[in-house]
Write a protein that binds this ligand. Structure first.
Ligand SMILES: [Zn+2]
Length: 289
């Protein structure tokens, strides 16, 4: 995705890493190889690498520029976190693309996190003199208050794998007074608002964007791969509550199917943005080029 324009808003992607990643059978416990093979034959070729048998999975941030604000949605894994492989992505590509998009750390107004996993809040903070501090000094960071509380609790119980995501990326934002701990009906203005899609994480949210009569939705990790549009019940090994994730996914896909709503799933490979159409008992994801 180079850039998506809806009304007065532009949405740009900043990529941290892309390429073949996991095999469907490793990602979806309910995966049926016969059904999967049938879908993969008719899905867009950008989503699967037949040579390795792996899905293409991208890690990216969306930059949403409205007439009033510059907003980042989800901030990849970041730098200096010391995460174990394979989550130790090189940082330079993200930094280069951030700069190429004409951005500067002190020009970001808001950071939204769809949820607080390792690959969605990394650039929230940077290490300065041995301390984690907000990367974007003037930004307000929007976290769902119960998502934040759930990871705080998990961290204190020693349950949050891998890395120390809450301590590194979330708590320092609250300590700096830059967090907005919100409910799942949070509305920034008449252009940007949240809607709840729990399951992948305790209080996962989508970020809705509306301008000039058009709508786009950053769907975070509501789905990781286009196979899950065909088979919404195929939750991933990373889902907090697999059943609830499937319910949220099917409900969302049903709501946007055939409406012309642009969908922006964080992990879908370039061109990323797509439209959803009803197809049999599931849905079809059509990339917009
Ligand atoms: Zn993710």
């Amino acid at each position: 995705m180079q850039q998506l324009k809806i009304g007065d808003v532009t949405i740009t992607s900043i990529i941290e890493r892309d390429g073949p990643w996991r095999k469907p059978a490793d990602m979806f416990p309910a995966y049926d190889p016969e059904v999967g093979a049938r879908h993969l034959k008719t899905l867009d070729p950008v989503i699967f690498d037949p040579a390795s048998g792996m899905m293409y999975i991208t890690y990216q941030t969306f930059v949403v520029r409205t007439p009033h604000h510059t907003i980042l949605v989800d901030t990849c894994t970041g730098e200096d976190k010391g995460y174990p492989a394979p989550m130790d992505f090189p940082k330079q590509r993200w930094l280069d693309e951030f700069k190429a998009a004409g951005l500067a750390f002190d020009k970001i107004d808001y950071v939204f996190c769809t949820h607080l996993h390792i690959d969605h809040c990394g650039w929230n903070t940077v290490l300065r003199d041995g301390r984690w501090v907000p990367t974007f000094p003037k930004a307000k960071y929007v976290f769902h208050k119960r998502e934040y509380a759930a990871w705080e609790q998990a961290t204190k119980e020693g349950k949050q794998p891998p890395g120390d995501v809450w301590r590194f990326n979330c708590e320092p934002i609250v300590a700096a007074g830059q967090a907005l701990l919100v409910d799942d009906d949070y509305t920034l203005d008449d252009t940007v608002w949240l809607s709840p899609t729990p399951g992948h994480s305790p209080c996962h949210c989508c970020v809705n964007i509306k301008s000039g009569g058009q709508r786009a939705v950053v769907t975070g990790d509501l789905m990781h791969h286009a196979l899950q549009c065909r088979e919404p019940e195929w939750s991933t090994i990373f889902d907090w509550d697999a059943k609830e994730a499937a319910v949220s996914r099917r409900r969302f896909l049903g709501e946007v199917a055939g409406t012309g709503t642009f969908v922006l799933p964080i992990h879908f490979p370039s061109p990323t943005v797509g439209l959803v159409e009803a197809a049999g008992s599931g849905f079809d994801y059509r990339f917009v080029r």
